[in-house]
Design a protein around this ligand. Structure first.
Ligand code: HEC
Length: 489
């Protein structure tokens, strides 16, 4: 991949563009051509298929700046080091691989959703396989990527969101015409709320900062009934349908919880703004093509949205003035903003002729990363499957009680806590604790994460204990070692 990608206007073959149009969100029985074979003259690429292999992706996982992406038809969740823009690993959602009855995307599942509890201790996706079978909510431990449990939701579960208090997970069942309400503690479905045909997306109750968006409602896009359905999450009831005049996808709350921006396509081609208090439409911002999805800057001053085939906009949320407009590859659909607000990530349904081979029967898709200041393309992260939803994890979310900044993790020219921890350990601790943490003059540390909290480990490293001297390493290195040792279980 070229290192310095400047803003490019990509010419995307229209056939592929229309072929991929909302591919993950279509209805059963809809006929779609298979993606074309790669033709001989377009075979010259700057990358090879191996670039997509996780083992060669080169990313290393630190406990900071991580993006989790619902990898759609790849049936995987992608884990990306958001600082270094590298795919670190993927989490396979499991299940049968070769029995799918539908012609479309044979042998593939669909994982759209990615939702975290506000303490970042649980991560959810929704996976489905056959149109007629119920989808599954899968709960993971995001620190180990281990599946904890799975429970059935409705047919074709697409996106999901948690109630602001994290008691319930709501699943939009695209082919079940309902929203399933899953009780997180009881680990079971307690209700199916009738919402309508093409129930697709639910406004998240948190962006990435661990703080609930203050809203009494969740908002659901019902794309074949051209409406936003409003759910009162305290009562688990539908309280209103708001017609928006055409099919829609993204419905996102502004960070202050006061407005909902709905991305309405068809003839409306607008962001339709709904006041959360009155549940009335108060404004519309029109575009040349129908909007698909919206994200907001952390301070709520700007909205970033994708439209139609390939357009991306930054809009002032007060004046509705367009600040910049860029052109992405095929269908940048969902969006996410990095925790520092500096980057807009678009999840694109296709890349272009630079990535012209296929994986799992599909053309390559991926992420494009944009500078929110000026709309310039920073980089691209190609991958298999079609990405559908993104959740950033703040720098310290997975670091336990001892938080590290991104700079600290990378302070030894290293890219992860594991790498940095091992390096410092070899320099300062190995003589007493052994090359495999098996112990020597000091005790074994290979299960220390089970025996001591991170706070206790940090205290020992900083202040010493018994025969162990204090101040062997700097404050930063003590924190790195703590996070590294804390995982030894
Ligand atoms: C000079 C030898 C020596 C060196 C060097 C040393 N330690 Fe220790 N360490 C010990 C001894 C001895 C103990 C046991 C202290 C006690 O419990 O009385 C210990 C205890 C610990 C414990 C607490 C274990 C427990 O069960 O609570 C941790 C954690 C630890 N060391 C980490 C480190 C780290 C990290 C480094 C490198 C920065 C390091 N040590 C360097 C000798 C050493």
């Amino acid at each position: 991949m070229p290192n310095k990608l400047k803003l490019l206007t990509y010419s995307v073959p229209l056939a592929i563009a229309s072929l991929l149009l909302f591919s993950g969100c279509s209805q059963p029985g809809q006929t779609t051509e298979k993606p074309k074979e790669v033709s001989a003259e377009t075979k010259e690429t700057t990358t090879s298929a191996e670039d997509f292999e996780v083992k060669l992706a080169g990313g290393k996982l630190g406990s900071e700046s991580i993006a989790f992406v619902g990898g759609g038809s790849s049936n995987k969740l992608w884990v990306i080091d958001a600082k270094y823009h590298k795919l670190v690993t993927t989490i396979d959602a499991g299940g049968p691989k070769l029995e799918r009855t539908e012609q479309r995307y044979p042998n593939l599942h669909d994982t759209h959703a990615i939702t975290f509890t506000k303490d970042f201790k649980l991560m959810f996706t929704v996976d489905w396989f056959n149109y007629d079978d119920p989808s599954y909510v899968i709960a993971y431990d995001p620190t180990t990527f281990k599946e904890l449990w799975r429970v059935p939701a409705g047919k074709g579960g697409h996106h999901s969101a948690l109630s602001p208090d994290d008691k319930y997970l709501y699943v939009a069942n695209q082919y079940g015409d309902t929203v399933s309400v899953i009780d997180i503690e009881a680990k079971k479905k307690i209700k199916d709320l009738p919402t309508g045909k093409g129930t697709d997306y639910i406004s998240p109750s948190m962006y990435w900062d661990g703080k609930a968006i203050d809203s009494p409602y969740l908002f659901v896009s019902v794309d074949q009934e051209d409406k936003v359905t409003v759910i009162d999450w305290k009562k688990n009831e539908v309280v209103k349908d708001i017609p928006v005049g055409a099919s829609l996808h993204g419905v996102n709350l502004t960070p202050d919880g006061k407005q909902v921006w709905a991305a309405v396509r068809g003839d409306v081609k607008s962001i339709v703004i709904i006041d959360v208090e009155t549940l009335e439409i108060t404004d519309k911002i029109q575009f040349e093509e129908g909007p698909t999805h919206i994200s907001f800057s952390p301070d709520g001053k700007f909205g970033y949205l994708t439209t139609g085939k390939n357009q991306i906009y930054k809009v002032d949320t007060t004046t509705h003035e367009i600040i910049w407009n860029s052109t992405g590859t095929t269908i940048p659909a969902h969006t996410g903003i990095s925790p520092d607000g500096g980057e807009l990530w678009t999840l694109n349904h296709g890349m272009d002729q630079r990535y012209n081979y296929q994986l799992g029967g599909e053309v390559v898709s991926g992420v494009q990363v944009w500078d929110t200041e000026n709309g310039e393309l920073i980089t691209e992260i190609p991958a298999e499957g079609v990405p559908h939803e993104i959740q950033f994890i703040p720098y310290s979310a997975l670091g336990g009680g001892v938080a590290l900044t991104s700079e600290e993790v990378h302070s030894h020219g290293t890219h992860s806590i594991a790498e940095a921890g091992e390096k410092i350990y070899k320099e300062s601790c190995i003589t007493c604790h052994g090359s495999k943490l098996e112990g020597g003059s000091g005790p074994a540390l290979n299960t220390i994460g089970d025996q001591r909290s991170k706070e206790e480990i940090l205290d020992t490293i900083k202040n010493g204990k018994g025969m162990m001297p204090s101040g062997l390493v700097s404050e930063t290195d003590a924190k790195i070692l703590t996070n590294w040792l804390g995982e030894k279980k």
